[in-house]
Design a protein around this ligand. Structure first.
Ligand SMILES: [Zn+2]
Length: 353
């Protein structure tokens, strides 16, 4: 399709691509500036398409033959047409193939999920700016590969690169290659955005250190996370796009109990949980406390029914294994957080007040 800039070619092409891909037809869109020959433009695109097909040996052989043929064609020098008129400077089209893994796909439009797709743009761009331009926050990414090699966020994407991006707290075994981050968070501590109050309470119930305030702003959330080395849990993708944020996770679920299950699974928290060891209200650790020391603070019926009590080091709230206890154990079990048998004999559960 030939035409001047700004006459709606892109809109029309996008619609054609959507229709074609909806019918299961693969499409390839190439922007062809006048200063480059057609083989030079098409060769990298075809090379990428062939490499994607080269998984089995027979296809690989065919692909290699095709690539050799292309190598000759692509060597045809570009037709010179004088200074380019594009954007008043030298136009350097860059074409890369990208593939995002696991939940990173949540950030992409449907047509780009779980598949390798070709992306092109003009000029130099870092891999960080490239993936963020596609809507994927860099904070969600733990490992970037360019042509199979691990690279950092400042890597400049080159024409023909194959880029693969893996999420933070991956379920994949990517141990042999180094990650973007020097080390993953192995002491999981969190700071939650203002919409996740119930999740904060349930994570504390499971024993995890969670900062939460219902009036915390985005900037303070990011600053707190950086200062205290906490992972941000948020329902707002914009928070994760902030430069200062290094560890963060976009919570997908809306129901707090399912959010707990989601976070436990995503951060692999199961074995690190210490249920009923932390105050659900203020996040401080709980201490065992003598019954007689707190007897006057507990309703008579509970005083008679229970012998074991815990007191919060921070807010002095008293916990015992009251009528809510079984419900809380079930809630934890629903998120795959086990409550050891021994613990079930310990005082816990329904808070006073
Ligand atoms: Zn407390």
């Amino acid at each position: 399709m030939v035409g001047l800039r700004g006459v709606g070619k892109t809109v029309l092409l996008d619609r054609m691509r959507n229709d074609a891909e909806g019918s299961g037809i693969q499409t390839l869109r190439v922007e062809a500036p006048e200063s480059r020959s057609l083989p030079a433009i098409l060769a990298p695109q075809l090379r990428q398409a062939l490499l994607r097909l080269s998984r089995d040996e027979q296809a690989k052989d065919l692909a290699q033959r095709a690539l050799r043929a292309l190598a000759g064609r692509a060597a045809v020098p570009a037709r010179r047409v004088g200074p380019t008129r594009f954007r008043g400077g030298t136009l350097v089209p860059v074409v890369a193939t990208l593939r995002f893994y696991a939940e990173l796909n949540d950030f992409l439009p449907a047509s780009r999920r779980q598949v390798a797709f070709v992306h092109h743009w003009d000029g130099r761009v870092s891999i960080k700016d490239l993936i963020e331009g596609l809507g994927v926050p860099h904070t969600a990414v733990d490992l970037l590969l360019a042509n199979g090699e691990a690279v950092g966020f400042d890597y400049l994407v080159a024409d023909g690169d194959r880029v693969a991006a893996y999420p933070v707290f991956e379920s994949f075994d990517i141990a042999p290659v180094s990650r973007v981050r020097p080390e993953p968070l192995r002491d999981p501590r969190f700071v939650l955005d203002a919409h996740l109050g119930r999740l904060a309470a349930w994570l504390r119930l499971a024993g995890f250190d969670c900062l939460y305030r219902n009036d915390i702003g985005d900037a303070e959330l990011a600053a707190t996370a950086a200062r205290e080395r906490r992972a941000i849990l948020t329902r707002d993708r914009g928070v994760l796009l902030r430069r200062a944020v290094t560890h963060g996770y976009l919570v997908r679920e809306t129901n707090p109990e399912r959010q707990l299950a989601e976070v436990v699974a995503r951060f692999d928290l199961r074995r690190l949980a210490r249920p009923f060891s932390r105050c659900m209200r203020c996040n401080s650790p709980l201490d065992e406390v003598e019954k007689r020391a707190i007897a006057h603070l507990v309703p008579a019926r509970s005083r008679e029914a229970f012998d074991q009590f815990q007191r919060c080091q921070g807010c002095s709230r008293i916990y015992w294994k009251g009528s809510h206890y079984e419900r809380l154990v079930r809630l934890l079990a629903g998120a795959s957080v086990p409550v050891p048998d021994a613990l079930q004999g310990r005082p816990s559960g329904r808070p006073v007040g």
